[in-house]
Design a protein around this ligand. Sequence first.
Ligand code: ADP
Ligand code: MG
Length: 309
Amino acid sequence: MSSVLVVRNLKKVYGKKKPFTAVDGISFSLEEGEILGLLGPNGSGKTTTIQMLLGTLSITEGEVLYFGKDFVRHRSEILESVSFASTYTSLPGILTVEENLEVIGRFYGLSPSESERRYDPLLERFGILEKKKKRVGSLSAGQMTRLMLVKAFFTQPKVVLLDEPTASLDPDMAQEICQFLLEQREKNGLSILFTSHKMAEATKLCDRAIFLRDGKIIANDLPMNLAKSTGGFRLRLLIPDGMKRATAIAEERKFSHTVEHRTIEISLDEREISSFLTALGKAEVQYANIRIEEPSLENYFLQISRRKK
Ligand code: ADP
Ligand code: MG
């Protein structure tokens, strides 16, 4: 695999009087045909990073290379193959959907009819074909998000950057978009960098996940590895009576656990669950409300969000 995007020591400092470092020297790469998730809590620097990678925000320090070329020096050439969609940006509201797409098509050297041939199937797929002759200003937030995705894909880019692509969509449309992104990668070998705070979605989409926190990369790994790093499975039991015996059994087996009121939460391997429950039974500990959680990116996300600075 070759890298389509390489980021080295990228940094963004906002403001002069009271400088604030929003992105603090991050380095990573996006490989050809890869779907990479840029994840992290609110304010961790995801949008700032994406905007610097698009040139819509100036870079304070660092280097960005697309296809091995320096982004600052080859910007217009690079942007012919890089596109973008975000829930937080829009298109001129006074123009209709088709006028907007036609204008964008022209930037990419497409005739109006060629543009139409490409965007019509996408408008249809995302359920906004009947909005084609409507002004963009009249679209709902969700329709706007879908139009931005059409905009990002009809010019047949090599790299797509998406900032919270499904944030304002209903679950069924969000799922459709995920399906579409996976197909695009499959069919066209597209490379996608996307931000999200929906971990279930990220788990489905990402080949690899980067977690940002306070502008720094704190993890760069396969989603499964990150999920597992939270300590395997989690077993939660309500124990009205006999909590002392239960914690003794957990300690004996060296399971890390927390107790809150009458609930115990234990981290353990999947295959240790049944023997632990059997041991409780033998010690005549009654339990109820069994909950078993698989290792998930959601847990990882919660863990890093709660972690003290
Ligand atoms: P995310 O997309 O991960 O939620 P952002 O990149 O939007 O995070 O923001 C990162 C940090 O930078 C936040 O603390 C935010 O308040 C701050 N920030 C964003 N934009 C500006 C700006 N224009 N001026 C000053 N600070 C900003
Ligand atoms: Mg953001």
